[in-house]
Design a protein. Sequence first.
Lengths: 114, 114
Amino acid sequence: EPEVTQTPSHQVTQMGQEVILRCVPISNHLYFYWYRQILGQKVEFLVSFYNNEISEKSEIFDDQFSVERPDGSNFTLKIRSTKLEDSAMYFCASSLLEAKNIQYFGAGTRLSVL
Amino acid sequence: DAKTTQPNSMESNEEEPVHLPCNHSTISGTDYIHWYRQLPSQGPEYVIHGLTSNVNNRMASLAIAEDRKSSTLILHRATLRDAAVYYCILRDLSLIQGAQKLVFGQGTRLTINP
């Protein structure tokens, strides 16, 4: 069964460093999403992406965050200058054009900012 | 998005049915009721969705009250692998344009006893 793949599974970085989290969505999906989950808290929406542009973003997704689909398969989330409070699980998801309500999630990347 | 209310936790025994309730008294006519679940150390996973009629799939059944102000996710024969946090989410599928974020609450943490 096709699945969303995220790499790395765990990323450790120093505060102030840039990180790029990578995702390979399901191949025929056209909508892409990033969510995050701080330990013990709710899953929170960050951003959605369609047709090479951001569809919607949350208040969390400030100027330190950016997303990109650099080629036909990858979807990346960049955090320019990480803060301690960016430590969380980051989940990528994708959905079909005709079934946006059914989102398929990856296993996540655990980001630890020291 | 209309608000949903779920119990914080529930417990059941293996091989017994589990009924997970969700209240959504402010649901609008175009809101679909979705259920996702999050297994330990995994990303969220779609379970089922419906509008008015009861729905069945290979994972679960969804029973929707006649007034649509509540619904119940039914796991017919729980296994240890069903231990997860279950989220009830409303989505307005009449919104055709753009990607649609999922808004997660705290969900119900389901524990399955062997």
